[in-house]
Design a protein around this ligand. Structure first.
Ligand code: 5GP
Length: 191
């Protein structure tokens, strides 16, 4: 998605060999106009699916997921990150190792908001090693729901998330695909 790639080139900050900071439009300050274009693009790409619900993880997946949900007229559920030791009843849970924070979180979704046999679309901000998406896949499976696809705003193809999902025959669509950081610049894949 050209608009997104241009914005990443303009405002993205390369923090180290594998982390891109995009907190001026996605991860802290949010650009609603760009998010709406992202929502429309996900809706276009996944027009051939018949999803009932979109799942994401708080907090950075919410903005793109909500815009996609608005355009596709679907409810959006964000998994909450859970710190306390005691878990409420009636929730699905999964363990997720956070790539940026290097800690293990539990994510939870209330059973009221995810049902057996529903068709699910997952949307998240970044795909790195795939742990966040995997947590959502675990929860979806536990609920007896079906995965229709995974939509990612920014994929880093040099990390192992995509491979993991491909191996499990999960459809993954990313709007910007970064193959490397080179000489202080973001390099996108050609396809
Ligand atoms: P994964 O679970 O795929 O390893 O990492 C995905 C999660 O880690 C994303 O939801 C995102 O919050 C965070 N993340 C991974 N890589 C980056 C990055 O390069 N920049 C930022 N800002 N967040 C990232």
């Amino acid at each position: 998605m050209k608009l997104l790639e241009d914005r990443i080139q303009k405002d993205g900050l390369i923090l180290n060999d594998d982390i891109l900071k995009v907190d001026s439009f996605l991860n802290h300050q949010v650009d609603p106009a760009l998010m709406m274009e992202i929502g429309k693009e996900f809706a276009r790409i996944f027009a051939d699916t018949n999803a009932d619900r979109i799942l994401t993880v708080e907090s950075s997946g919410i903005a793109p997921a909500v815009m996609a949900g608005y355009v596709m007229d679907l409810p959006v559920v964000f998994a909450r990150k859970h710190k306390s030791l005691t878990l409420p009843d009636n929730v699905y849970t999964a363990d997720v190792f956070s790539f940026t924070k290097q800690v293990k979180n539990k994510i939870i979704i209330d059973k009221r908001f995810l049902h057996p046999d529903e068709n699910i679309l997952i949307i998240d901000d970044f795909l790195a090693n795939g742990q966040a998406v995997y947590g959502l896949l675990d929860i979806t499976k536990a609920a007896g729901a079906n995965i229709q696809g995974v939509g990612i705003v920014i994929e880093k193809t040099f990390q192992r998330g995509r491979k993991l999902l491909d191996e499990n025959n999960i459809r993954v669509e990313a709007l910007a695909r970064i193959s490397e950081f080179k000489d202080g610049k973001v390099v996108f894949t050609e396809d």
